[in-house]
Design a protein. Structure first.
Length: 404
């Protein structure tokens, strides 16, 4: 993936070619802006939060209608992009919610989906056993299927957006934005004081090659790197955590663990999820609980025996026929968590042309298209649809996750 940079002056510079940054660059270019997209390791790289092979796209968010509507809109935009680039990177596996008797989240999810008009199917445990006999139902009292939801092929989907952005005229640079050691964390820049206020404007940023990139607006969509670039501002507000993901092999010739025989499933109460065998990588399973603090540049990406043991317990409970299945792949990714799980999309408090975009918090990948639309609208100056929950002011230092 290469694109030459013949002009260092742009309308918008987007730092970070993960799912938020790539979609932001793409949406801005489609609105006519001159855009440069910069990433230190490359779009869809293995250090990024967007870098694993697959990501669930589901509409269910409990009572959080804002994210249900965003996911619905995003799925439409994902499908349109994949058709445009002729890459079928959405798998409609269906998403099955496994509901515990004392868990209100699936009940609230069903109410929200019905309100928004999203198809769903409520199933008894007997119906689940008949349709999906592979699934163990210990402690499960009922289930709900989102038939239109499924899986995005994560790493390749990010690269597809980036390629589409480049094809429409976005300049792409694989290089690191230099950062200082402290203060508010503004990268090495020339900046000008606005005589009318105490706010400043960022005039340019420097990258590893020594080149200066000048733009009217700057979008830092850097995922787990945000607190490293802006330590004084975000070190206590964005928390990268270590997340382990495992793939397990299925029996030779057995298609009962591939879609549509097996859907993507979520056990919200037990903080676990699983994906069917896609592209012969094996079934994917992980625990959706925040791990330990993690550095995306230097963190050790070897999974732990403790993590494997916990996932095997889950595997034995939910897919008992695979309880002794071999591990075919294992990944260490990271979330970048805000205090409550809401996204961060806001202006820097000291610069009126610097936008902070991140806080995917483990659920953000699916929303990339809508995040891109939202950022583009803010840069265009639109005040329509501003969401207070995305503001910097709502991001606390104490972790109280409320969005899943």
């Amino acid at each position: 993936m290469q694109a030459s940079n013949t002009n260092s002056t742009f309308d918008v510079a987007v730092v970070g070619a993960g799912v938020f940054g790539a979609w932001t660059a793409y949406q801005l270019r489609r609105s006519g802006k001159r855009v440069v997209l910069i990433d230190a390791y490359g779009a869809g790289n293995s250090r990024s939060s967007s870098g694993d092979e697959s990501r669930i796209i589901r509409m269910g968010y409990g009572a959080d209608e804002i994210y249900t509507r965003s996911a619905l809109r995003s799925l439409q935009l994902w499908k349109e992009l994949f058709a445009r680039v002729d890459q079928p990177l959405f798998r409609q596996t269906g998403v099955l919610w496994l509901a515990h008797e004392d868990d209100p989240y699936p009940l609230n999810t069903a109410k929200t989906l019905e309100k928004v008009g999203i198809p769903l199917e409520k199933l008894t445990t007997a119906q689940v056993s008949q349709r999906y006999p592979q699934i163990g139902l210990e402690r499960i009292s009922w289930a709900m299927l989102e038939p239109g939801s499924g899986v995005l092929m994560g790493r390749r989907a990010v690269r597809a957006v980036t390629f589409a952005a480049i094809k429409t005229g976005v300049e792409y640079l694989q290089d690191a934005v230099k950062t200082p050691g402290g203060g508010t964390g503004v990268p090495p820049v020339d900046h000008a004081q606005d005589a009318r206020s105490t706010r400043q404007k960022l005039n340019d940023i420097r990258i590893g090659s020594g080149q200066r990139i000048s733009a009217g607006n700057y979008v830092f969509a850097c995922g787990p790197w945000l607190p490293k670039i802006f330590p004084g501002l975000l070190a206590d507000r964005i928390h990268p955590t270590r997340q382990e993901v495992f793939y397990f092999g299925t029996p030779a010739g057995d298609r009962s663990f591939t879609a549509p025989a097996l859907p993507t499933w979520i056990d919200f109460k037990d903080e676990a999820y699983g994906l069917p065998d896609l592209e012969r990588r094996g079934i994917k399973i992980a625990v959706d609980r925040h791990g330990s603090e993690f550095d995306p540049d230097t963190g050790d990406r070897v999974v732990t025996s403790e993590g494997l043991a916990e996932v095997r317990e889950c595997l034995a409970r939910r897919l008992p026929a695979l309880k002794d299945a071999p591990v075919t792949e294992a990944r260490v990714c990271q979330y970048e968590n805000t205090s409550n799980g809401d996204f961060l999309i806001d202006l820097h408090p000291e610069f009126d042309n610097v936008w902070l975009v991140g806080g995917g918090s483990g659920h953000g990948f699916k929303h990339g298209p809508v995040v891109g639309e939202y950022v583009a609208a803010r840069i265009e100056g639109s005040n329509e649809g501003i969401e207070p929950r995305f503001s910097l002011a709502t991001k606390a230092s104490e972790q109280k996750r409320a969005v899943f």
